[in-house]
Design a protein around this ligand. Sequence first.
Ligand SMILES: *Cc1c(COP(=O)(O)O)cnc(C)c1O
Length: 372
Amino acid sequence: MIKFLDLQLINSAYEPEISQALSRVLHSGWYLLGDEVKAFETEYGNFIGSRHCIGVANGLDALRLIMKAYIEIGTMKEGDEIIVPANTYIASILAITDNRLKPVLVEPDINTCNIDPFLIEQKITGRTKGIMIVHLYGQNSMHPEIQRLVEKYDLKLIEDNAQAQGCFYGERRTGSVGHAAGHSFYPGKNLGALGDAGAVTTDDEDLAGVIRALGNYGSRQKYINEYQGLNSRLDEIQAAVLRVKLKYLDADNQHRREVAQFYADHITNASIILPEIQNLKSEIRNYRGHIWHLFVIRTLERDRLQRYLTEHGIQTLIHYPVPPHKQKAYQDMNAISLPITEQIHAEVLSLPISPILAQEEVHFITDTINAY
Ligand SMILES: *Cc1c(COP(=O)(O)O)cnc(C)c1O
């Protein structure tokens, strides 16, 4: 059986460094808000190219805290609207509604599955305060049109970079192109911890200070509480593990690009639509704007193809089977019609891709798909 993502194998590749990191924290006697988190924040902030990095408990909290901070600062208030892609993982939208802000869903471009920049302006109203872009599947979703709108309407640009650690937009890493970005280090992400972990990156010093306080009971100084905060901290163990894996992230992403390149060059089955980035074929190897968190194909008979691949020992997943606006959690949005989003959810299938996927496995998956 070829697993969709073999986390045991992925993390074993970093032995003995991970064990040394775990042991270092264990024996330090210091488990929260210590040197490992401080060092990781510096290293990850430098990697992304942001002046400030704040470790938090997970990716959802990273996004929640950004908007909670904008509310504390007075940039946003209850009922304000945030533009967000309709085709995203539900966490992007939960972060908005948790702050009593209103998500305004925008359809994706069918070719990239990312937000269609040219459908945004028609959704902007007097209450729009921000745009949250999601670099879905590891692909940059920033676009000059979005920059134009941010400047024209004086909006905050928030990046959901949960799936795109290492990806580029031009010469900048995603996570440093907006006003603030949320990152997730959920174990299955390209930079994955051994449990939950997340971070916020931003160049905005005031925002960074409020987020740091909000994630620690609203306190900047022990036992002095400035805000009604929460407890959302990155712990030392996870930071120490992430420091090990960060060193290898670009190389790991490069291996994913090579797998994607092979799929793109060799999957020839006419019933399958390959993911389309700018000039996909033969360009992936050098194209830094995609880190292939997921390799997502589309096909009309998705469930049948998935069964066939399972029968042949290949595990695939669907990202995602039900769009946020059709979830029970968002009954108020169930009636909205978003045909492109709904089509994507009915047709997508994610093939195995990872830094440790072997060449024979990639060949076998490709041959099996072509024989379908
Ligand atoms: C994983 C993910 C999140 C949430 O991250 P957690 O660490 O699981 O809270 C948010 N947005 C997107 C697009 C994600 O893929």
